[in-house]
Write a protein that binds this ligand. Structure first.
Ligand code: MLT
Length: 345
């Protein structure tokens, strides 16, 4: 069914493309638009990155190339969008790395608890050798090119039972995970009664008490109004969730060399802007949750890291090229986050 839907979209988009611009030819500079799929809405930090991409691309191509946005998964869920870019029925998109572990085992890295220490560490890893290696592997396997490590950000636990400071506080709490073996194992190691649940069922699950707890980036938590059904937020920062900006490799290859350079430069520029928007969205959303009456707690990180260690040990061999240990061993460039943002303004 998924592929049927993707092919239907391919046809629709081909028709749209033929109506809104000159078809791409490798020998000539392109004049027309690129379709861009977004999982979030027009005011989101994802969209801020997409707008920055479009602005810089227009500047670099004398307004020859514009971008058409499709918000809120209008072209399909994250998996369908990645599959769509793989076969060039969707041209560009930004999506969380959740489904990508299914394409490339290395992306399970982003399900590993407590391997990223802070944003300086994250950006040093993703903007360096490891980020390049992951992007190259993804392009080779899925035919999708990552042109910027944009993000959802760190994830945090919320619940309706009690404030959380240590894993002991989580004992017996019914916690929802994404459909990932590593996440279920992690939240069992933290002491919860962990069960996987599809995202669209989570709000109702929390409301009806089928689950007490969930975890997500703060901007997402506020976006879906979990403050209505959750009382406590713990600053767990247990995993970091990228949402890279991507382009179909087959589509990218049809551009002239000059236009390819412009697309890559616009992606790099947009990455800094999107990260900045993500940090702003997180701060504003946290305030919104606190204003709604949620109680915020800082956690004993060492205790959580210790509880997570058996999970890391089990997955060390499963995730290729010593990636877990190489991430942990990477020294954060102090100010990497700030440098990235300054470099864009
Ligand atoms: C989830 O928890 O399933 C996702 O983080 C929700 C999302 O896609 O924003």
């Amino acid at each position: 069914m998924k592929w049927v839907k993707t092919l239907a979209l391919a046809t629709a988009l081909a028709l749209t493309a033929s109506g809104c611009g000159t078809l791409v030819s490798k020998d000539a500079d392109y004049e027309g638009s690129i379709t861009f799929s977004l999982a979030l809405g027009p005011d989101s930090h994802h969209a801020a990155g997409a707008y920055a991409f479009a602005e810089r691309l227009a500047e670099l191509t004398d307004d020859r190339i514009s971008v058409d946005y499709y918000y809120n998964n209008a072209l399909g869920g994250e998996r369908e969008v990645v599959e769509g870019m793989s076969i060039n029925s969707i041209q560009m998109g930004m999506a969380s790395t959740g489904p990508m572990g299914g394409f490339v085992r290395s992306f399970m890295l982003f399900d590993m608890p407590y391997i990223f220490r802070d944003l300086d560490h994250v950006y040093t890893v993703l903007d360096g050798e490891i980020g390049e290696e992951l992007a190259a592997e993804f392009e080779e396997t899925a035919s999708v090119r990552i042109i910027g490590w944009t993000e959802n950000g760190f994830r945090y636990e919320t619940n309706s039972v009690r404030p959380i400071r240590t894993p002991e506080d989580l004992q017996g709490i019914k916690h929802r995970t994404q459909e990932s073996a590593a996440q279920i194992q992690t939240w069992r190691a933290f002491g919860t009664d962990a069960l996987p649940m599809a995202w669209p069922e989570v709000y109702t699950g929390l409301q009806q008490g089928v689950i007490d707890s969930q975890e997500n980036p703060i901007a997402t938590i506020a976006d879906v109004n979990f403050q209505e059904v959750q009382d406590y937020i713990a600053m767990t920062q247990h995993v970091y969730s990228p949402a890279p900006m991507m382009i179909s490799s087959r589509y990218f290859e049809t551009f002239s060399e000059g236009d390819q350079e412009a697309i890559l430069a616009a992606g790099e520029y947009a990455t800094g802007i999107q990260r900045e928007a993500s940090a702003e969205a997180e701060a504003a959303a946290l305030q919104e949750l606190l204003d709604a009456g949620m109680e915020q707690t800082e956690i004993d990180r060492e205790a959580f890291e210790e509880a997570a260690q058996p999970v890391i040990d089990d997955w060390r061999e499963e995730i290729p090229r010593d990636l877990i240990d190489r991430v942990i061993a990477t020294e954060a460039e102090p100010g990497a986050a700030a440098t990235e943002q300054e470099g864009t303004s």
